[in-house]
Structure formats: structure tokens, C-alpha cells
Design a binder for this molecule. Sequence first.
Ligand code: ADP
Ligand code: ADP
Length: 222
Amino acid sequence: MIKASNIHKSYGNLEVLKGVNLHIKAGEVISIVGESGAGKSTLLQILGTLDTPTQPKNYNTEITLAGESFINMNDKQISKFRNQNIGFVFQFHQLLPEFTALENVLIPTKIAGANEKEAIEKAYALFEDLKIEQRLHHKPNQLSGGEAQRVAVARALINSPKIIYADEPTGNLDSKNADDLHRLFFDLRDKYNQTFVIVTHNPNLAEITDRKLVMKDGMIIE
Ligand code: ADP
Ligand code: ADP
């Protein structure tokens, strides 16, 4: 699903990624762990097309998602590629407060120009998968933290992305809600063969993922 080689990133003189290589197979649930400042978020942002590697030509950097290289795409191409292929979940749900849960989840389908009826059917199915079907018409401030984060996961999944990148998705949840959300990730993998890459400090999650990548000082060391 993902093949990446020689990813470098510098901020001025600070070398944050020092040549990262990785392969991720379809349907894998991968965790990325490591001390604060190791470069985990930066790596996720680059794999997710939200940031760009430094001097890709000099370093012979290559990143492909399902065989498609994206590091030379222009801004317009990359926005479309991202919306169609990549879902994101962050530590804070980042739902729009004035819209209901369902409306929030449908936003990416409108950007993609998807058929509205099919989009709503897919949304209903995801709300059931994520056990939030009672919360379709609630606004974010009427949802618990765990529910809001599950709505954010539904929004990440609605366009059937090839991969989901999650940066500390349970960092703001209590341990029961965190464990519940982790279980749902695996359910979604089993049902849709969904691929997940999850940056986490949560040891429960890191121990149950298919593979745990350990980052230190800008490299994957394990
Ligand atoms: P970022 O990726 O934005 O640099 P951080 O690595 O600083 O994020 O941390 C993200 C969250 O994880 C923060 O809420 C922070 O308090 C928490 N955190 C950071 N380091 C640890 C750790 N070693 N153990 C548990 N939680 C941590
Ligand atoms: P992690 O997610 O493992 O905590 P990050 O990828 O967030 O690590 O950060 C790695 C290093 O890059 C840190 O030293 C951080 O301060 C630095 N960094 C991240 N983003 C920027 C930025 N936009 N400008 C300058 N330095 C940054």
C-alpha cells in the first residue's frame, strides 16, 4: 500500500527525518511509537501529503500509495489525490461545531462530488460500524469525547480511502474509550481491509498492532 524510501526533512539546520524507509501492506494496522520530538508527526504529515520532504531529488526520495507516486504532484493534483485516497484522524476531533455529526461526515463526499444518496447510505453504515447510529443528528458539543472521535473516524473513512493516518487518536480519551476506539480500528480492518498507520503513546495499542515501528532521532530504529 505504501512504499517510501529516503525520506528526509529539515527545518533550517534541524534534521528531523534522516532517511526513512518503510513498506506498509494493505490491511495492516501499524503503530509508530517513540519519544516526543523523534519525528513521528512529521513522517505522518509527509506520508499523508500534508507536508513535503526536503530535497527529494538530491536524496532520491520516492513515496508511492497503491503504486502511485505523489511527491511531484502540483497543489491541485495533490488536494484531489488526498481527498480520494487518504483519511486523517487527529488527537482532537476537529469537527465543525455548527454541523451535525452526519453533516460533518458528509463533507468529504461533497468535496469529492460523490453521489449524495450513496454517500448517505455509506455514512449510515459507518455510523453503525462505529456504534454511533444514535448520534447522527447531534452536534459536536452534544457528543461525548469518545463519540466525537468516532464521528471523526467516520469522516476519515467516508470516501473509502486507501489508508488512514491517525496522530494520537486516543490521546485525549480516557482508557476505556481509548480501548473501545482501538477495537473499532481492528473491526474496520477486518470488515473493509482498511489500512491504518497510528502514531501513539498508548502502550495497549502499540502491543496489539500488527507491527510497531519505533522512531528515534529521525529514523525508524526497530
Ligand atoms: P507532537 O506529535 O505534536 O509533537 P507530542 O509527542 O508532543 O506530540 O505529544 C502528543 C501528546 O502525547 C501530548 O498530549 C503529550 O502530553 C503526550 N505525550 C508526549 N510524550 C508522552 C509520553 N512519553 N507518554 C505519554 N504521553 C506522552
Ligand atoms: P514527534 O511527533 O515524534 O513528537 P515531530 O515530528 O512533531 O515529532 O517533531 C520532530 C522535531 O521537528 C521536533 O524537534 C520539532 O520541534 C521539530 N518541528 C516539527 N515541526 C516543525 C516546524 N514546523 N518548524 C520547526 N521545527 C519543527
